[in-house]
Design a protein around this ligand. Structure first.
Ligand code: C2E
Ligand code: MG
Ligand code: MG
Length: 368
Protein backbone atom coordinates (compact mmCIF):
# COMPACT_ATOMS: atom_id res chain seq x y z
CA UNK A 1 0.00 0.00 0.00
CA UNK A 2 2.79 2.42 0.94
CA UNK A 3 4.50 1.57 -2.26
CA UNK A 4 1.35 2.33 -4.21
CA UNK A 5 0.85 5.63 -2.41
CA UNK A 6 4.42 6.63 -3.15
CA UNK A 7 3.97 5.85 -6.83
CA UNK A 8 0.72 7.75 -7.02
CA UNK A 9 2.30 10.74 -5.25
CA UNK A 10 5.06 10.68 -7.81
CA UNK A 11 2.50 10.54 -10.62
CA UNK A 12 0.55 13.44 -9.13
CA UNK A 13 3.68 15.56 -8.78
CA UNK A 14 4.83 14.91 -12.32
CA UNK A 15 1.43 15.64 -13.90
CA UNK A 16 0.38 18.53 -11.69
CA UNK A 17 1.70 21.21 -14.08
CA UNK A 18 1.30 19.26 -17.32
CA UNK A 19 -0.44 21.47 -19.94
CA UNK A 20 -2.98 18.74 -20.79
CA UNK A 21 -5.85 18.17 -18.38
CA UNK A 22 -5.52 14.90 -16.44
CA UNK A 23 -7.94 13.20 -14.08
CA UNK A 24 -7.51 10.14 -11.92
CA UNK A 25 -10.60 8.11 -11.53
CA UNK A 26 -11.43 4.95 -9.67
CA UNK A 27 -13.78 2.35 -11.11
CA UNK A 28 -16.24 2.94 -8.27
CA UNK A 29 -17.07 6.19 -10.13
CA UNK A 30 -15.26 8.69 -7.97
CA UNK A 31 -12.66 11.18 -9.03
CA UNK A 32 -9.49 10.89 -6.95
CA UNK A 33 -7.37 13.68 -8.30
CA UNK A 34 -7.11 16.26 -11.06
CA UNK A 35 -4.19 18.33 -12.27
CA UNK A 36 -4.17 22.13 -12.52
CA UNK A 37 -5.08 22.19 -16.21
CA UNK A 38 -8.19 20.05 -15.58
CA UNK A 39 -9.25 22.26 -12.67
CA UNK A 40 -8.79 25.31 -14.88
CA UNK A 41 -10.71 23.97 -17.88
CA UNK A 42 -13.63 22.69 -15.80
CA UNK A 43 -13.46 25.50 -13.21
CA UNK A 44 -13.38 22.91 -10.44
CA UNK A 45 -13.05 24.04 -6.82
CA UNK A 46 -13.98 20.63 -5.62
CA UNK A 47 -13.43 17.12 -6.99
CA UNK A 48 -17.15 16.52 -6.41
CA UNK A 49 -17.92 19.02 -9.20
CA UNK A 50 -17.10 16.36 -11.75
CA UNK A 51 -18.04 12.72 -12.01
CA UNK A 52 -17.70 10.18 -14.74
CA UNK A 53 -21.07 8.87 -15.82
CA UNK A 54 -20.01 6.50 -18.47
CA UNK A 55 -16.79 4.90 -19.49
CA UNK A 56 -16.26 2.22 -22.06
CA UNK A 57 -15.93 -0.81 -19.76
CA UNK A 58 -15.26 -3.15 -22.65
CA UNK A 59 -12.07 -1.34 -23.61
CA UNK A 60 -11.01 -1.39 -19.97
CA UNK A 61 -11.54 -5.14 -19.81
CA UNK A 62 -9.65 -5.64 -23.08
CA UNK A 63 -6.90 -3.32 -21.96
CA UNK A 64 -6.45 -5.10 -18.65
CA UNK A 65 -5.72 -8.35 -20.43
CA UNK A 66 -2.97 -6.87 -22.54
CA UNK A 67 0.60 -5.94 -21.69
CA UNK A 68 0.44 -4.36 -18.21
CA UNK A 69 2.94 -1.62 -19.06
CA UNK A 70 1.72 1.62 -20.63
CA UNK A 71 -1.67 0.41 -21.70
CA UNK A 72 -3.92 3.10 -23.02
CA UNK A 73 -6.77 3.59 -25.44
CA UNK A 74 -8.79 6.45 -26.80
CA UNK A 75 -12.45 6.61 -25.88
CA UNK A 76 -15.17 9.21 -25.47
CA UNK A 77 -16.39 9.37 -21.87
CA UNK A 78 -19.55 10.89 -20.52
CA UNK A 79 -18.95 13.34 -17.72
CA UNK A 80 -21.24 15.22 -15.42
CA UNK A 81 -19.87 18.64 -14.56
CA UNK A 82 -22.10 20.23 -11.93
CA UNK A 83 -25.44 20.48 -13.81
CA UNK A 84 -24.32 19.67 -17.34
CA UNK A 85 -23.58 16.34 -18.93
CA UNK A 86 -21.55 15.83 -22.07
CA UNK A 87 -19.12 13.54 -23.84
CA UNK A 88 -15.48 14.35 -24.09
CA UNK A 89 -12.65 12.74 -26.06
CA UNK A 90 -10.04 11.13 -23.85
CA UNK A 91 -7.10 8.78 -23.72
CA UNK A 92 -7.48 6.41 -20.79
CA UNK A 93 -4.22 5.08 -19.34
CA UNK A 94 -4.18 2.09 -17.06
CA UNK A 95 -1.71 3.02 -14.35
CA UNK A 96 1.16 0.53 -14.33
CA UNK A 97 1.52 0.49 -10.57
CA UNK A 98 1.45 -2.63 -8.53
CA UNK A 99 -1.98 -3.37 -6.99
CA UNK A 100 -3.40 -0.31 -8.66
CA UNK A 101 -6.04 -2.04 -10.78
CA UNK A 102 -9.14 0.02 -10.83
CA UNK A 103 -7.31 3.34 -11.07
CA UNK A 104 -7.37 5.10 -14.39
CA UNK A 105 -5.53 8.08 -15.56
CA UNK A 106 -7.67 10.07 -18.00
CA UNK A 107 -6.13 12.55 -20.36
CA UNK A 108 -8.56 15.01 -21.97
CA UNK A 109 -7.67 15.13 -25.65
CA UNK A 110 -7.53 18.43 -27.42
CA UNK A 111 -5.41 19.33 -30.43
CA UNK A 112 -4.14 22.65 -29.11
CA UNK A 113 -4.01 25.17 -26.27
CA UNK A 114 -6.52 27.32 -28.17
CA UNK A 115 -8.76 24.26 -28.32
CA UNK A 116 -8.60 23.83 -24.55
CA UNK A 117 -9.28 27.52 -24.00
CA UNK A 118 -12.28 27.28 -26.35
CA UNK A 119 -13.53 24.25 -24.40
CA UNK A 120 -13.29 26.22 -21.15
CA UNK A 121 -15.05 29.25 -22.64
CA UNK A 122 -17.81 27.11 -24.12
CA UNK A 123 -18.44 25.31 -20.84
CA UNK A 124 -18.81 28.59 -18.98
CA UNK A 125 -21.05 30.06 -21.72
CA UNK A 126 -23.35 27.04 -21.33
CA UNK A 127 -23.30 27.10 -17.52
CA UNK A 128 -23.82 30.87 -17.24
CA UNK A 129 -26.30 31.22 -20.06
CA UNK A 130 -24.04 33.44 -22.17
CA UNK A 131 -25.29 32.05 -25.49
CA UNK A 132 -27.35 34.37 -27.62
CA UNK A 133 -28.28 34.97 -31.26
CA UNK A 134 -28.08 38.02 -33.47
CA UNK A 135 -30.36 38.34 -36.49
CA UNK A 136 -29.58 39.59 -39.98
CA UNK A 137 -32.08 40.21 -42.77
CA UNK A 138 -31.92 38.66 -46.22
CA UNK A 139 -33.70 40.87 -48.71
CA UNK A 140 -35.08 40.97 -52.21
CA UNK A 141 -32.60 43.38 -53.80
CA UNK A 142 -35.27 44.87 -56.08
CA UNK A 143 -38.12 45.43 -53.67
CA UNK A 144 -36.36 45.45 -50.28
CA UNK A 145 -38.80 42.82 -49.03
CA UNK A 146 -37.39 40.62 -46.23
CA UNK A 147 -37.24 37.07 -47.58
CA UNK A 148 -35.33 35.53 -44.70
CA UNK A 149 -33.50 36.10 -41.46
CA UNK A 150 -30.23 34.46 -40.50
CA UNK A 151 -29.67 33.73 -36.81
CA UNK A 152 -25.99 34.11 -35.88
CA UNK A 153 -24.44 32.70 -32.76
CA UNK A 154 -23.14 35.18 -30.19
CA UNK A 155 -21.20 33.77 -27.24
CA UNK A 156 -19.88 36.13 -24.58
CA UNK A 157 -16.86 35.93 -22.31
CA UNK A 158 -16.87 36.65 -18.54
CA UNK A 159 -16.67 40.38 -19.23
CA UNK A 160 -19.69 40.27 -21.51
CA UNK A 161 -17.65 40.79 -24.68
CA UNK A 162 -18.77 38.83 -27.74
CA UNK A 163 -16.20 36.16 -28.67
CA UNK A 164 -15.66 36.25 -32.46
CA UNK A 165 -17.32 33.21 -34.05
CA UNK A 166 -14.33 32.54 -36.28
CA UNK A 167 -12.18 32.25 -33.16
CA UNK A 168 -14.44 29.90 -31.23
CA UNK A 169 -16.65 27.83 -33.53
CA UNK A 170 -13.98 26.00 -35.57
CA UNK A 171 -12.30 24.93 -32.30
CA UNK A 172 -15.39 23.42 -30.71
CA UNK A 173 -17.90 22.46 -33.39
CA UNK A 174 -16.38 18.98 -33.66
CA UNK A 175 -16.78 18.32 -29.92
CA UNK A 176 -19.89 16.68 -28.49
CA UNK A 177 -20.14 19.61 -26.13
CA UNK A 178 -21.20 21.71 -29.10
CA UNK A 179 -24.58 19.95 -29.18
CA UNK A 180 -25.35 21.78 -25.90
CA UNK A 181 -24.63 25.05 -27.71
CA UNK A 182 -27.02 24.04 -30.52
CA UNK A 183 -29.73 23.24 -27.94
CA UNK A 184 -29.17 26.57 -26.16
CA UNK A 185 -29.39 28.46 -29.45
CA UNK A 186 -32.65 26.69 -30.33
CA UNK A 187 -34.08 27.86 -27.01
CA UNK A 188 -33.02 31.42 -27.87
CA UNK A 189 -34.42 31.10 -31.38
CA UNK A 190 -37.84 30.25 -29.93
CA UNK A 191 -38.09 33.83 -28.63
CA UNK A 192 -37.58 35.13 -32.17
CA UNK A 193 -40.02 32.66 -33.70
CA UNK A 194 -42.67 33.62 -31.17
CA UNK A 195 -42.29 37.29 -32.13
CA UNK A 196 -41.92 36.61 -35.86
CA UNK A 197 -45.48 37.11 -37.07
CA UNK A 198 -46.09 40.19 -34.98
CA UNK A 199 -43.01 41.71 -36.66
CA UNK A 200 -44.62 41.24 -40.08
CA UNK A 201 -42.25 38.42 -41.00
CA UNK A 202 -44.86 35.73 -41.72
CA UNK A 203 -43.35 34.92 -45.10
CA UNK A 204 -39.67 35.04 -44.11
CA UNK A 205 -37.64 31.89 -43.48
CA UNK A 206 -35.63 31.93 -40.25
CA UNK A 207 -32.30 30.20 -40.78
CA UNK A 208 -30.01 28.70 -38.17
CA UNK A 209 -26.41 27.80 -39.00
CA UNK A 210 -25.38 24.20 -38.52
CA UNK A 211 -21.91 22.89 -39.09
CA UNK A 212 -21.08 19.76 -41.02
CA UNK A 213 -20.31 18.13 -37.65
CA UNK A 214 -23.85 18.79 -36.41
CA UNK A 215 -25.31 17.36 -39.62
CA UNK A 216 -23.32 14.18 -39.04
CA UNK A 217 -24.42 13.91 -35.38
CA UNK A 218 -26.75 10.90 -34.89
CA UNK A 219 -29.30 12.93 -32.88
CA UNK A 220 -29.21 15.86 -35.29
CA UNK A 221 -32.28 15.01 -37.29
CA UNK A 222 -34.54 14.27 -34.33
CA UNK A 223 -33.61 17.45 -32.51
CA UNK A 224 -34.78 19.61 -35.43
CA UNK A 225 -37.83 17.48 -36.25
CA UNK A 226 -38.97 17.75 -32.62
CA UNK A 227 -38.27 21.47 -32.65
CA UNK A 228 -40.48 22.07 -35.70
CA UNK A 229 -43.30 20.12 -34.03
CA UNK A 230 -42.88 21.79 -30.68
CA UNK A 231 -42.81 25.28 -32.19
CA UNK A 232 -45.62 24.41 -34.57
CA UNK A 233 -43.67 25.73 -37.57
CA UNK A 234 -45.16 25.77 -41.04
CA UNK A 235 -43.23 24.61 -44.13
CA UNK A 236 -40.52 27.11 -45.13
CA UNK A 237 -40.75 29.00 -41.84
CA UNK A 238 -37.52 27.45 -40.62
CA UNK A 239 -34.30 26.63 -42.43
CA UNK A 240 -30.80 25.42 -41.82
CA UNK A 241 -27.65 26.91 -43.32
CA UNK A 242 -25.16 24.11 -43.58
CA UNK A 243 -21.85 25.76 -42.86
CA UNK A 244 -18.85 24.26 -44.48
CA UNK A 245 -15.95 24.77 -42.10
CA UNK A 246 -15.42 21.02 -42.03
CA UNK A 247 -16.02 18.48 -44.73
CA UNK A 248 -19.08 16.28 -44.43
CA UNK A 249 -17.39 12.96 -43.73
CA UNK A 250 -20.21 10.87 -45.09
CA UNK A 251 -22.34 12.64 -47.69
CA UNK A 252 -24.78 9.74 -47.86
CA UNK A 253 -25.68 9.98 -44.15
CA UNK A 254 -25.86 13.76 -44.38
CA UNK A 255 -28.10 13.56 -47.47
CA UNK A 256 -30.45 11.15 -45.66
CA UNK A 257 -30.79 13.41 -42.62
CA UNK A 258 -31.23 16.53 -44.71
CA UNK A 259 -33.85 14.83 -46.91
CA UNK A 260 -35.91 13.93 -43.84
CA UNK A 261 -35.69 17.53 -42.65
CA UNK A 262 -36.62 18.89 -46.05
CA UNK A 263 -39.67 16.61 -46.16
CA UNK A 264 -40.69 18.19 -42.85
CA UNK A 265 -40.67 21.61 -44.55
CA UNK A 266 -37.26 22.76 -43.31
CA UNK A 267 -35.37 24.67 -46.00
CA UNK A 268 -31.78 23.63 -46.61
CA UNK A 269 -29.24 26.29 -47.59
CA UNK A 270 -25.67 25.57 -48.58
CA UNK A 271 -23.61 28.27 -46.87
CA UNK A 272 -20.41 29.93 -48.09
CA UNK A 273 -20.75 28.32 -51.50
CA UNK A 274 -17.50 28.46 -53.45
CA UNK A 275 -15.29 28.76 -50.37
CA UNK A 276 -13.74 26.07 -48.21
CA UNK A 277 -15.21 22.63 -48.68
CA UNK A 278 -18.54 23.77 -50.10
CA UNK A 279 -18.53 22.46 -53.61
CA UNK A 280 -20.53 21.46 -56.65
CA UNK A 281 -20.48 17.90 -55.36
CA UNK A 282 -22.75 18.94 -52.48
CA UNK A 283 -25.23 20.41 -54.96
CA UNK A 284 -25.29 17.04 -56.65
CA UNK A 285 -25.53 14.91 -53.50
CA UNK A 286 -27.46 16.98 -50.97
CA UNK A 287 -31.13 18.03 -51.11
CA UNK A 288 -30.38 21.76 -51.25
CA UNK A 289 -33.00 24.52 -51.69
CA UNK A 290 -30.79 27.58 -51.42
CA UNK A 291 -27.21 28.41 -52.38
CA UNK A 292 -25.50 31.17 -50.41
CA UNK A 293 -22.64 32.52 -52.46
CA UNK A 294 -19.66 33.29 -50.25
CA UNK A 295 -18.88 36.93 -49.55
CA UNK A 296 -15.47 36.46 -51.14
CA UNK A 297 -17.23 36.57 -54.53
CA UNK A 298 -19.27 39.64 -53.67
CA UNK A 299 -16.19 41.56 -52.60
CA UNK A 300 -14.56 40.70 -55.93
CA UNK A 301 -17.63 41.29 -58.10
CA UNK A 302 -15.90 44.05 -60.13
CA UNK A 303 -13.19 41.62 -61.21
CA UNK A 304 -14.19 40.14 -64.63
CA UNK A 305 -13.24 36.54 -63.74
CA UNK A 306 -15.10 36.69 -60.43
CA UNK A 307 -18.09 38.24 -62.21
CA UNK A 308 -18.14 35.34 -64.69
CA UNK A 309 -17.94 32.82 -61.86
CA UNK A 310 -20.92 34.47 -60.14
CA UNK A 311 -22.88 34.33 -63.43
CA UNK A 312 -22.02 30.65 -63.69
CA UNK A 313 -23.34 29.94 -60.17
CA UNK A 314 -26.52 31.91 -60.97
CA UNK A 315 -27.02 29.84 -64.13
CA UNK A 316 -26.48 26.58 -62.21
CA UNK A 317 -29.04 27.69 -59.60
CA UNK A 318 -31.57 28.58 -62.31
CA UNK A 319 -31.09 25.24 -64.05
CA UNK A 320 -31.50 23.32 -60.79
CA UNK A 321 -34.36 25.50 -59.59
CA UNK A 322 -32.51 26.72 -56.51
CA UNK A 323 -32.66 30.09 -54.80
CA UNK A 324 -29.42 32.02 -54.61
CA UNK A 325 -28.43 34.53 -51.95
CA UNK A 326 -25.42 36.81 -52.40
CA UNK A 327 -23.62 37.23 -49.07
CA UNK A 328 -21.57 40.14 -47.76
CA UNK A 329 -22.99 43.05 -49.79
CA UNK A 330 -21.33 46.06 -48.17
CA UNK A 331 -21.89 48.98 -50.55
CA UNK A 332 -24.17 50.27 -53.32
CA UNK A 333 -21.63 49.45 -56.06
CA UNK A 334 -21.53 45.80 -55.00
CA UNK A 335 -25.32 45.66 -54.75
CA UNK A 336 -25.74 47.09 -58.24
CA UNK A 337 -23.07 44.83 -59.75
CA UNK A 338 -24.64 41.77 -58.12
CA UNK A 339 -28.10 42.75 -59.40
CA UNK A 340 -26.72 43.37 -62.90
CA UNK A 341 -25.31 39.84 -62.96
CA UNK A 342 -28.72 38.46 -61.95
CA UNK A 343 -28.51 38.05 -58.17
CA UNK A 344 -32.00 38.62 -56.74
CA UNK A 345 -31.62 38.09 -53.01
CA UNK A 346 -28.80 39.52 -50.93
CA UNK A 347 -27.51 39.83 -47.42
CA UNK A 348 -24.92 42.20 -46.05
CA UNK A 349 -24.04 45.17 -43.91
CA UNK A 350 -25.39 47.58 -46.57
CA UNK A 351 -28.93 46.31 -46.08
CA UNK A 352 -28.75 45.28 -42.43
CA UNK A 353 -26.18 44.58 -39.74
CA UNK A 354 -26.90 41.69 -37.35
CA UNK A 355 -28.86 42.78 -34.27
CA UNK A 356 -29.98 41.18 -31.04
CA UNK A 357 -33.69 40.49 -30.73
CA UNK A 358 -34.59 43.54 -28.63
CA UNK A 359 -32.88 46.00 -31.01
CA UNK A 360 -34.22 44.11 -34.02
CA UNK A 361 -37.79 44.44 -32.70
CA UNK A 362 -37.46 48.12 -31.83
CA UNK A 363 -35.97 49.05 -35.20
CA UNK A 364 -38.35 47.00 -37.32
CA UNK A 365 -41.31 48.57 -35.51
CA UNK A 366 -39.93 52.08 -35.96
CA UNK A 367 -39.41 51.39 -39.70
CA UNK A 368 -43.16 50.88 -40.14
P1 C2E B 1 -21.91 32.74 -42.10
O1 C2E B 1 -22.97 31.76 -41.78
O2 C2E B 1 -21.46 32.85 -43.51
O3 C2E B 1 -22.46 34.10 -41.58
C1 C2E B 1 -22.23 35.32 -42.15
C2 C2E B 1 -21.15 36.06 -41.44
O4 C2E B 1 -20.79 37.20 -42.21
C3 C2E B 1 -21.59 36.58 -40.09
O5 C2E B 1 -20.44 36.66 -39.26
C4 C2E B 1 -22.09 37.98 -40.45
O6 C2E B 1 -22.08 38.87 -39.36
C5 C2E B 1 -21.07 38.37 -41.48
N1 C2E B 1 -21.56 39.36 -42.42
C6 C2E B 1 -22.83 39.63 -42.80
N2 C2E B 1 -22.88 40.62 -43.70
C7 C2E B 1 -21.60 40.98 -43.92
C8 C2E B 1 -20.98 41.97 -44.76
O7 C2E B 1 -21.62 42.71 -45.49
N3 C2E B 1 -19.63 42.04 -44.71
C9 C2E B 1 -18.89 41.23 -43.93
N4 C2E B 1 -17.55 41.39 -43.94
N5 C2E B 1 -19.41 40.31 -43.11
C10 C2E B 1 -20.76 40.18 -43.13
P2 C2E B 1 -20.42 35.97 -37.83
O8 C2E B 1 -21.71 36.21 -37.15
O9 C2E B 1 -19.17 36.37 -37.18
O10 C2E B 1 -20.37 34.44 -38.16
C11 C2E B 1 -19.26 33.87 -38.75
C12 C2E B 1 -19.53 32.43 -39.08
O11 C2E B 1 -19.73 31.67 -37.88
C13 C2E B 1 -20.79 32.19 -39.86
O12 C2E B 1 -20.60 32.49 -41.19
C14 C2E B 1 -21.00 30.72 -39.61
O13 C2E B 1 -20.11 29.98 -40.41
C15 C2E B 1 -20.56 30.57 -38.19
N6 C2E B 1 -21.75 30.58 -37.32
C16 C2E B 1 -22.51 31.62 -36.94
N7 C2E B 1 -23.52 31.20 -36.13
C17 C2E B 1 -23.40 29.86 -36.02
C18 C2E B 1 -24.14 28.84 -35.34
O14 C2E B 1 -25.15 29.08 -34.67
N8 C2E B 1 -23.70 27.57 -35.47
C19 C2E B 1 -22.61 27.25 -36.21
N9 C2E B 1 -22.24 26.00 -36.28
N10 C2E B 1 -21.90 28.18 -36.88
C20 C2E B 1 -22.29 29.46 -36.79
MG1 MG C 1 -24.71 31.31 -42.49
MG1 MG D 1 -21.96 32.37 -45.19
Amino acid sequence: MDNQKEHLDYLFRSLQHHPSPYLIYELDGSLKWSNLAARYIFRMDNLKDLSIKNIDQESIANGVNKDPIAQSYETPIEIQLRDITFFIRTRVHLIPIEKSEGFFLIEILCPSREGLEALKQTISCIEFDRIDLAYQKQVDLNTGEITGIEALLRMRDEKGEVIPNDQLIPQIEGESLFSLVVLASLTKLSEFLEAKNSLGLEKATIYLNVSAHTVMHPEFCNVFLDYVDRMNLKPNEFGLEVTETAELSNTETAAKSLKTLKEKGIKIALDDFGAGYSSLRYLKDLPVDVVKLDKLFTSGVDDPTTGRLISFVIEVCKALNLEMIGEGIENEEQKKAMMDIGCKIGQGFLMHKPEFLETFKTKINSDD
